[in-house]
Design a protein around this ligand. Structure first.
Ligand code: G3I
Length: 382
């Protein structure tokens, strides 16, 4: 289907669901009433695909999911295949799934997700090789300062080697920074730090590069999007560590910005964050928006109002990050409200279902979908 016919179909789809709303031509002009952008809030048959809108600008769009959600829910699997170019396992490549015992590896769940990506010509990214969470029950009693380095490097060599040449990128390091732990280097007091000292980061990156020299190696961080003094100190620690790794020629190719945002947050994507993104780009590091979603548990009960606020937050944040051409991928942490970790971790006190993602629980596009689509449509080509 040609671009113009798919756009026409898209507009027809929106106008059908949006009723009498008159639509200007799709290219960047969106239906407005006054200053507010009105987004239709229902399934728009023939909607655009986020992966196509992203690809036209040299971006990848994808999502996190679990193999059981794809195999057990064909309609959801079809939506993932329709909308996404990149898949990241929500749990299948974490230690507690991969490592039933100190001597065994269970690749089957992740291999099932990988097979799905290959069936739908999608890319696969690995998450995550070194994290303080999702460690198997045997870990605490087994890992010691004397065996930890071999435990870590064997894990990385085996896991990265299993997918050598097949991964779009790897979250090698995940959430290693925590200013609240008050270390001068800003590192989190994680089990890995206790076992191996700060050098675990370099050790992990070097082991990953050795196992797959072609892989894009990423350090993924959370809570670095706001402009507060604590978050700024976290960003400064991050820059320090990255500068040191680059200086020592440690293989690292990009950072992940998880982007788990709050619908009531007003200071995301500000000047200090922009400066940080610029400094990352200056280091020739790529930037991946790795886990974007917007928690609405502090937003009003009315779902249309919540959807509107969430969509505007997506629009605000993406317009801020996509200005930087080193941003090469955007992933949402889930595609539909039918499956979101937020339902468990940040439920609403009024018991209403949370609505953080581009598609609702019935797999219909929400204003958030149109906000993401518009951000891809409006960004510069990489
Ligand atoms: O699969 C078992 C199930 O058999 C068992 O009955 C149930 C009992 O609670 O647990 C299930 O495992 C859960 C797993 O998700 C699969 O649903 C774990 O308890 C639960 O801890 C795990 O939570 C995941 C969390 O990471 C920890 O691994 C979330 O789904 C996942 O969204 C979350 O993702 C993290 C990223 O990896 C890193 N950035 C933050 C992000 C959100 O916390």
């Amino acid at each position: 289907m040609t671009n113009s016919s798919s756009r026409r179909k898209f507009i027809e789809g929106i106008s059908k669901t949006a009723g009498a709303m008159t639509l200007e031509p799709f290219a960047g002009a969106w239906p407005r009433t006054g200053n507010a952008i009105e987004f239709p809030n229902a399934a728009a048959p023939g909607i655009e695909q986020l992966k196509d809108l992203a690809e036209r600008k040299g971006l990848l769009y994808g999502t996190a999911t679990e193999h059981g959600k794809l195999s057990g829910d064909p309609a959801f699997a079809a939506l993932v295949a329709q909308q996404c170019d990149l898949l990241v396992p929500e749990g299948e490549l974490k230690w507690n799934t991969l490592r039933p015992t100190p001597d065994t590896f269970n690749f089957a769940p992740s291999d099932e997700l990988y097979a799905f990506t290959q069936q739908h010509r999608m890319k696969y990214r690995g998450h995550t090789l070194v994290w303080h969470e999702a460690l198997p029950k045997w870990f605490a009693g087994y890992a010691t300062q004397s065996n930890a380095e071999s435990l870590l490097t064997t894990h990385i060599s085996k896991v990265v080697g299993h997918y050598a040449g097949k991964m779009q990128s790897w979250d090698v390091i995940n959430e290693a920074l925590l200013p609240e732990d008050r270390r001068s280097d800003g590192l989190r007091n994680s089990p890995w730090l206790a076992l191996l000292g700060p050098g675990y980061i370099e050790t992990a990156l070097r082991a990953a590069a050795q196992a797959d020299p072609s892989a894009m190696l990423v350090w993924n961080e959370t809570w670095i999007e706001e402009d507060t003094s604590l978050v700024e100190s976290k960003r400064q620690s991050f820059l320090q560590h990255l500068g040191g790794l680059k200086k020592r020629n440690v293989p690292i190719h990009g950072i992940g910005i998880q982007s788990h945002l709050m619908g009531d947050q007003n200071n995301i994507g500000g000047a200090n964050f922009q400066r940080f993104l610029h400094e990352i780009s200056e280091m020739n590091l790529k930037i991946l928006i790795t886990e974007m979603d917007i928690r609405d548990f502090k937003l009003p009960a009315d779902s249309r109002e919540r959807d509107r606020i969430v969509s505007e937050k997506y629009a605000q944040y993406l317009s801020s990050v996509l200005q930087h051409k080193s941003v090469i991928a955007v992933l949402t942490w889930g595609l539909s409200d039918r499956y979101t970790w937020i339902a468990k971790t940040n439920p609403r006190s009024d018991g209403a279902a949370v609505r953080p993602l581009p598609f609702d629980e019935n797999l219909s596009p929400k204003p958030a979908f149109y906000a993401i689509a518009k951000a891809f449509e409006e960004t510069q080509r990489r």
